[in-house]
Write a protein that binds this ligand. Structure first.
Ligand SMILES: NC(=O)c1ccc[n+]([C@@H]2O[C@H](COP(=O)([O-])OP(=O)(O)OC[C@H]3O[C@@H](n4cnc5c(N)ncnc54)[C@H](OP(=O)(O)O)[C@@H]3O)[C@@H](O)[C@H]2O)c1
Length: 276
């Protein structure tokens, strides 16, 4: 590992990823394996993780998979303890597990907002608490997967946006807090990326038959997004917005917020409906 301005070599590094059973997390697991990293992968659907492990087994890197629910108090502590026991250290933590609650405030309840935060915010905090000591020892990297929704609030996405604005704030504060310990904090904010997220309902259940209505023109292939995320990790970047449309939205929100408001209103842009 080089200094803050240098490039990480990921060969033989231990990477701990939450939410590796589909979408961006799964694509990251594949990309990191190609670069020789050893992986500790968690998600609730262990059968998917087992299949992924099998798929990647020919590369000769070490992969451990574990069923883990980021909303459960002890799951991440157990996962981190197992990772340390079997892999010796943790160099990079990618807090990726997440989903999106959809709906108007009036159609949602406190329960929906709480569940959104349990996964997307407290799940990330649990991941950090469980792995921070290990990252201190390796002077490693903490990667938080936020969203373009952490910069712009859309109608019917208040719960999701609130959770991702929180990740944005957390990443900013931790960047300063952890820097003296040699830990890099990288905030990744994807726009639309190919995954299952738009097929997941407000209770976090996946509906495989739900059609994703997002224009495919805007949706970046998961593997391409993973390559860009890994590049940001290797460069120990502080922030990276993934997808061109995402970069434009973040830039416009910063400099011309009135224009973003105007576009949202003109094109009646809103969040996708909840899959059923
Ligand atoms: N795809 C996009 O367009 C996009 C855009 C911006 C941000 N993001 C962010 O990217 C991250 C990954 O999402 P994705 O798009 O790849 O969606 P995805 O395909 O639905 O993957 C989400 C992952 O999170 C895991 N997960 C969800 N709830 C969990 C829980 N309680 N405990 C443990 N794991 C849990 C899922 O695994 P199990 O169901 O097996 O537990 C799955 O592996 C999320 O934080 C999301 O907000 C995605």
């Amino acid at each position: 590992m080089l200094g803050c301005e240098g490039m990480y070599s990921l060969k033989n590094k231990v990477v701990f990823i939450t939410g590796a059973s589909s979408g961006i997390g799964k694509a990251l697991a594949k990309e990191l394996t190609l670069l020789g990293a050893n992986l500790f992968l968690c998600a609730r659907r262990i059968e998917r993780l087992e299949i992924l492990k099998q798929e990647l087994s020919s590369f000769g890197t070490k992969i451990i998979v574990l069923a883990c629910d980021v909303t459960k108090e002890d799951d991440l502590d157990n996962a981190a303890a197992r990772a340390l026991k079997e892999m010796g250290s943790i160099d990079i933590v990618i807090a990726n597990a997440g989903f999106g609650v959809s709906g108007n405030l009036e159609d949602l309840s406190l329960k929906d907002y709480r569940f959104q935060f349990e996964t997307n915010v407290f799940g990330v905090l649990r991941t950090i608490y469980a792995t921070l000591e290990a990252l201190r020892k390796t002077k490693g990297s903490l990667v938080l997967i936020g969203s373009v929704a952490g910069y712009v609030g859309l109608p019917e996405a208040s719960a999701y946006s609130m959770s991702k604005f929180s990740i944005h704030a957390l990443a900013q504060a931790l960047y300063h807090e952890l820097r003296p310990h040699g830990i890099t904090v990288t905030q990744i904010s994807p726009g639309f990326v190919e995954s299952e997220i738009r097929q997941v309902d407000n209770e976090g259940r996946h509906h495989a038959n739900t059609k994703d209505h997002t224009s495919q023109y805007f949706v970046m292939p998961a593997q391409k997004a993973a390559r860009q995320i890994v590049k940001a990790i290797k460069k120990r970047k502080r922030v990276a917005v993934i997808t061109v449309h995402g970069k434009i939205v973040v830039l416009f929100q910063r400099h011309f917020p009135w224009l973003v408001d105007f576009m949202i209103s003109l094109f009646s842009i809103k969040n996708r409906p909840e899959p059923k």
